[in-house]
Design a protein around this ligand. Sequence first.
Ligand code: ATP
Ligand code: MG
Length: 567
Amino acid sequence: MKQSMSFIPTLREVPADAEIKSHQLLLRAGFIRQNASGVYSYLPLGQRVLQKIETIIREEMNRAGAIELLMPALQQAELWQESGRWYSYGPELMRLKDRHDRDFALGATHEEVITSLVRDEVKTYKRLPLTLYQIQTKFRDEKRPRFGLLRGREFIMKDAYSFHTSQESLDEVYNKMYEAYSNVFRRCGLNFRAVIADSGAMGGKDTHEFMVLSDVGEDTIAYSDTSDYAANIEMAPVITTYEKSDEPLRELEKVHTPEQKSIEEVSSFLNVSREKCIKSLLFKVDEKYVLVLVRGDHEVNDVKVKNLFEASVVELASPEETKQIMQCSIGSLGPIGVSEKVEVVADKAVQAIVNGVCGANEEGYHYIGVNPERDFTVSQYADLRFIQEGDPSPDGQGTIRFARGIEVGHVFKLGTRYSEAMNATYLDENGRTQTMIMGCYGIGVSRTMAAIAEQFSDENGLVWPVAVAPFHLHLISVNPKNDEQRHLADELYEKLQNNGYEVLYDDRQERPGVKFADSDLIGIPVRITVGKRAGEGIVEIKVRQTGETMEVHVSELNETIQRLLAI
Ligand code: ATP
Ligand code: MG
């Protein structure tokens, strides 16, 4: 592609509202432009990278036995009502009406559409298993669209769905998809890890997230420093056992603690360690209120609370709700003398507290000398806290460390969640009606592009891995007005393309400094500069990733490029 005729609007300044590297660089290098919050145009360079990623995904999906189709983004509400998600998905689902006042949604995901499609077309076990996928635009009205392509409201996803007659068959395809995903992200050059994720039930063997390691990631990964254990922090079980100290029990006493609300304030005011404080938080678990207790130096993991109660929604109660239910404010909550309407559950660590401190459910007062069992009871002690760095790894090997990750893919065993609700059945060998078992598998295609940009850049711009680079070669003629230079560059442009390379040719009448700065910003793996020594048939090569430069005679160019692009 000739740069003079292309559309690569580069920017010198860092756009003010772009907070992270990938967002800044994709804007500055002319790969994307924002249209509305979380809505982007992919400019020619961006579109080429997307296509490269999509090709890798297609190759791996096809190899794993999945078959491509394309489903509509515009989806009738009836399907979402059948699955129940019309009522549970919340404001993230973009809803609209047609001219006949009928309800529609813009697809946030396609379980409903695919389940109805397969339900209507597949009637017998002979046609199963079946894995279908698409690469398509998704719509989610995210609460906080941010970080450019990382969290958009309109974004590109590869979504696959598999249908089975048995759990074993699902397990087999799940493993194939897991492999395919590992291949995709490896081929994209990414430093990633597959981690155990939240499956809505404890155990977590049935879902993995693929995380690109990056400080700007929104997820925290808990991993073992010695084994290959890695889990989303939400999911990692805590296996610590807590010893009770044998100090003599003191009497329960209510003390005045004016204006002391947070654990830090209370522990320093009363001069007790945070480990001795009981943190009490009121949650709304579906329709009921639950007081959750954890040790002062721990944090409540709401996913664990959700799983304990097998609830669909768990939210912290608002200050108003708290006042109404507990007759005091959030900073004074505690488990002693709580009304029967509120269930109290506690993390296992709380059980081992001796002579602890908790809120007195009265403004400005706390209890000291608090002893669980003697002074209050709970309905259950369970693992309800977030794992922390330094905790033992759940697989029993090593110690937990944290890293940040960007979720680029998700594989999930759905079971019969959708097939049951939407009546997707088949006839088995004995002519009996059975419910299909399902899996689903997503890759954020546009998010993957941003994740690559996040991992591959330096102070001068992007540094694309060869497999996903918009072009292989950036050919620059330093001075197109010079006939010798222009002729050689034109000739190389033709030749290199004939040899199968994708070439971006900077033939613009710009100052060399501008061309080189743009070239570094865009980040094509190998640059070929035709300059002063054109007459001798000598060009300069620069490797974007290492900065290595060399002068090469055109007769050796092909060989050199082959070697450099094979990295
Ligand atoms: P997240 O926790 O980041 O919101 P999710 O759990 O909602 O992700 P899925 O529903 O599993 O994501 O979607 C499959 C994939 O689509 C994700 O792994 C992610 O890569 C991508 N994705 C999800 N939401 C967005 C978004 N708002 N913008 C870009 N990509 C997204
Ligand atoms: Mg989401």
